[in-house]
Design a protein around this ligand. Structure first.
Ligand SMILES: *Cc1c(COP(=O)(O)O)cnc(C)c1O
Length: 246
């Protein structure tokens, strides 16, 4: 490794240790086991070299929010670290015409918020299977809008059940749970409590849909208190993104 690589690796190791400490403290405070919460490193806007270093440091799960950026990055990480095989999560808004591309790199899509998108992913998966690109179904989460402002993505709370029913009838998709981003200007705790309730009623009908993806750099502690099983952390691991970046 070059000197800058060594320095960056040290920086990332320290950041992981800090985030791990927060996760452990939040789990302990909530009376939960550490292994109930998965950490996804959100590598958007950061280079494949950083993602590769994260896998060196033990991160098994990586996430991205834009297909155009993620596809090439995932391929580059696979070249840099052929044995790492991280699990890639799509966490951003997804247009239906990107479905075919997304299933080439994503193991899980956390941002399914409409029946039409689910249908497009089902068709894309069928094509990927025919092309020999995939053998396993695609894991999906329903993105929930906790304040009903669906312009920022997500399906309203009242429509989660209907979308779940739809998804479980689409071939090639495996419904694994729910995902949400805390609304701007709302107390994250209140919002995450609403998500926990939605997750619980979903599990009553679909017991295997047990993932609750909630919590980012600034609110992962509250998310874990309210039952998150999956935190998506970018800034606290990799540093601040450029101003112009999403
Ligand atoms: C960018 C992003 C994250 C990570 O946000 P940070 O505040 O940098 O930790 C999590 N979830 C989604 C959907 C994102 O787009």
């Amino acid at each position: 490794m070059t000197e800058p690589d060594i320095a960056r690796r040290k920086e990332l190791a320290a950041a992981i240790a800090e985030v791990e400490e927060r996760i452990a403290a939040a789990c302990a405070a909530a009376g939960r086991a550490r292994d109930e919460v998965r950490l996804i490193g959100i590598t958007k806007t950061f280079p494949a070299a950083d993602a590769a270093l994260l896998t060196d440091l033990g991160l098994r799960n990586l996430g991205e929010n834009r297909d155009q950026e993620a596809g090439p990055k995932a391929a580059e990480v696979a070249e840099l670290r052929p044995d790492a095989a991280p699990r890639w999560h799509m966490v951003g808004r997804l247009q239906r015409n990107k479905a075919r591309s997304v299933v080439r790199w994503a193991d899980e899509v956390q941002s399914v918020d409409s029946a039409r998108l689910a249908d497009a992913l089902g068709r894309a998966m069928a094509a990927a299977r025919d092309a020999g690109e995939r053998t396993e179904p695609l894991d999906v989460l329903i993105q929930v809008s906790l304040d009903g402002d669906t312009a920022r993505g997500g399906t309203p709370l009242g429509e989660v059940r209907a979308l779940a029913d739809h998804i479980t009838h689409v071939g090639e998709l495996r419904l694994r749970g729910v995902m949400a981003v805390a609304p701007l200007g709302d107390d994250p705790g209140t919002a995450f409590a609403r998500l926990a309730q939605a997750a619980e009623s979903l599990r009553a009908d679909y017991p295997e849909a047990d993932v609750v993806s909630a919590g980012m750099s600034h609110d992962l502690d509250q998310a874990i208190r309210h039952g998150s099983t999956c935190v998506r952390v970018g800034t606290a691991l990799l540093g601040r993104r450029g101003l112009a970046s999403p």
